[in-house]
Design a protein around this ligand. Sequence first.
Ligand SMILES: Cn1cc(Br)cc1C(=O)Nc1[nH]nc2c1CN(C(=O)N[C@H](CN1CCCC1)c1ccccc1)C21CC1
Length: 345
Amino acid sequence: MSHYPELDGIYYLREKIGSGGFAKVKLAYHALTGEKVAIKIMDKKRLGDELPRVTTEIAAMKELCHQHICKLFQVIETETRFFLVLEYCPEGELFDYIVSKDRLEEDEARIFFRQIISAVAFIHKTGFAHRDLKPENLLLDDNQNIKLIDFGLCAKPQGGMDCHLATLCGSPAYAAPELIAGRQYLGSEADLWSMGVLLYALLCGYLPFDDENIAQLYKKIKIGYYTTPDWLSPGSKLLISQLLQVDPKKRIPMSALLNHPWLTENIYSPIDWESKYTKRLDEDCITELAVHFKKTRKQIEEEVSEWKYDNLTATYFLLLEKKMKNKPVRLLLKPQNRGDRSRSR
Ligand SMILES: Cn1cc(Br)cc1C(=O)Nc1[nH]nc2c1CN(C(=O)N[C@H](CN1CCCC1)c1ccccc1)C21CC1
C-alpha cells in the first residue's frame, strides 16, 4: 500500500474501493471528525492530456452542492498528484444493485429515477451538462439514496446552456444519436437521451441499444430502434419513448419531466430539484470549529466562507454531515482512527 505524506494525520487511508484508467479511489477516515470519505487519487503523469478533465471535474464539483450529487470536501494538489476527497457511498454502484436484482420493480425504479432527475435538473439549472450518465456513475449512500459522480466529462459551455458542444464523449451505449452523428449538440438534450437509456436499464435490467460491434451499435442508436418487453407498463413505455426521441427537439424537456404522470404516480408531488445545501453557515459547526481552533466565531466564519476546499472546508462539511446524520457535532480532541473508541471530551 503506497504511502502519501500529504495525507498524514489528516486522513487515515484504508482499502482501495475502485480503480479506473488513470485514477484509483480509496476509503479513508478523516482524523478530526472520524467520518469516512472516498479519496480519488490521480497521478498527473499518467493523466497526460486528460489533465484538463480533472480541473473540469474540480471546478464543476465545487459549484454542484446537492443532496443527490457526490460531495467534494477537499482538493489536495502536489506536483505529481491530485487527491479529491469525496463523499463515501457505502452501498456502491447502482449498476451492481440492478444486476443483483435482475431488474427493478416500477415503484423502486421510480424513486431512483426521481432522484436522478433531481440531480440532473440541478446540474442543468446551474449551467452544466454531465454527458456521461450511466448506472456506473450513480452510487448509493447508506440510505439507498442516489449520488451522482464522475464529472470529468461534464461541460459548462461558455455561451451558456444553449451553446452547442462538439466533443464526442461518454459511453457509447448511453450516447445520444446527435452525439454519435458527430453533429453539434446541446449537452442538456444529450443528458435527457442518456436518462432514457438509464430508465430502460432500471426497468428491464438490460440495455435498449446493444451490440458487440460498435458500428452496429451506432446504427441502432442513430435510427433509435429498440424493443420493449410486453410486461413493461404502458406508462413506462410512454416515458421511455418520450426520452428516446432521435430528434433532440422532440425529446421531452426537463421542465415536463419534473411533474410527469409516471414520475408522480402514487407520489403526487413534483420532483424537487433544488439543493438542500444553503450557502448560510451552520451555527453549531462554526462554534465547534471556533472552540477547537481557539479562534473567534467571526474569524472562523470568514475563513470558512473563502471555500478554499482545504482542511478547514473539509472539516466544516464533515461536521455538517455528522449533524445531518444526528451525530454529535464534535471534533475529536486528538485525531484518532476508527479503531480507537476512547471518548472525545
Ligand atoms: C464500489 N463500492 C462498493 C462499496 Br461497498 C463502496 C463502493 C464505492 O465505490 N464507493 C464510493 N464512494 N465514493 C466514491 C465511491 C467510488 N467513487 C468513484 O469516483 N468511483 C469512480 C467509478 N467510475 C465509474 C465508471 C468508471 C469509474 C472511479 C473513478 C476513477 C477511478 C476509480 C473509480 C467515489 C469517489 C466518488
